[in-house]
Design a protein around this ligand. Structure first.
Ligand code: IPE
Ligand code: IPE
Ligand code: MG
Length: 236
């Protein structure tokens, strides 16, 4: 018998990585800067991480940018975050050049009209990109998403007997595979209402690094850890 020698162990790249972009406020505070300076730095990190994921062949990246609970923050901070979002969206042509497709999850109907329009333009401009599919979660809450799905199902007149796992999944904002790997920086060990339904069998990876300090090296560490996990999905 002849065995071909394996020179390098094949590494699996998760199809879908989800990231909770946390720690911007603490990063700014450590530097004596206003919280919104942390959000601006976090936005830069997000662009770099998306590029990195595109480069290594991740298919889907879903990044938590603003939760349904984040409206509780002072108006000045919320306005600052929305302005950073505007700048990011206006810059979206650059992603098209890099073959990155942009999308959004969450209830966008309550966002300012101009932001909704910029979101539509970013989606339209990048719709034919074949590289990374990059989704931003804005005014997103996992529970809100499930309520929204249930309302759709009830309004469509489906009978109780026809309600299935697949039907609920099909009515969520995410019309793509569930996350394989969920990354949360900043030392917090919770989901904070992120992808509540979709995370049922996701692997988790945490780091103390604050989001503005996060980079490709952390993505590599998370993927290495992911490759050591055994995903059983309830089987043996
Ligand atoms: C995450 O960073 C960004 C948003 C929630 C919009 P935070 O602003 O929560 O940063 P910390 O947790 O206060 O450090
Ligand atoms: C989660 O972070 C939301 C985003 C990163 C957008 P939070 O900072 O809002 O979460 P908690 O309040 O620490 O749980
Ligand atoms: Mg936080």
């Amino acid at each position: 018998m002849f065995f071909k020698k394996k020179t390098e162990v094949q590494r699996v790249i998760p199809t879908h990585i989800a990231v909770i972009m946390d720690g911007n406020g603490r990063w700014a505070k450590k530097r004596g800067l206003p919280r919104n300076a942390g959000h601006a730095a976090g936005s830069k990190t997000f662009k770099e991480v998306a590029r990195y994921c595109n480069k290594i062949g991740v298919k889907y990246l879903t990044a938590y940018a603003f939760s349904t609970e984040n409206w509780k923050r002072p108006k000045e901070e919320v306005d600052g975050i929305m302005n950073i979002l505007r700048d990011y969206l206006k810059d979206s042509k650059n992603y098209v050049k890099e073959n990155i497709k942009l999308g959004f999850i969450g209830d966008r109907s309550v966002l300012d009209e101009d932001i909704q329009e910029l979101m539509r333009i970013a989606e339209e401009d990048s719709k034919n990109a074949t590289g990374l599919k990059c989704y931003l979660a804005i005014n997103y809450g996992g529970r809100d998403e499930i309520v929204h799905a249930v309302k759709n199902i009830v309004n469509s007149g489906v009978s109780a007997d026809n309600v299935t796992d697949e039907l609920i999944s099909a009515n969520l904002y995410t019309d793509y595979p569930d996350p394989d790997l969920i990354i949360r920086p900043s030392g917090e060990l919770r989901l904070s209402n992120y992808l509540v339904w979709q995370s049922a069998y996701s692997e988790f990876w945490f780091t103390d690094a604050l989001w503005p300090d996060f980079n490709g090296k952390h993505i590599e560490q998370a993927i290495d850890a992911y490759n050591k996990r055994e995903r059983r999905f309830g089987g043996v």
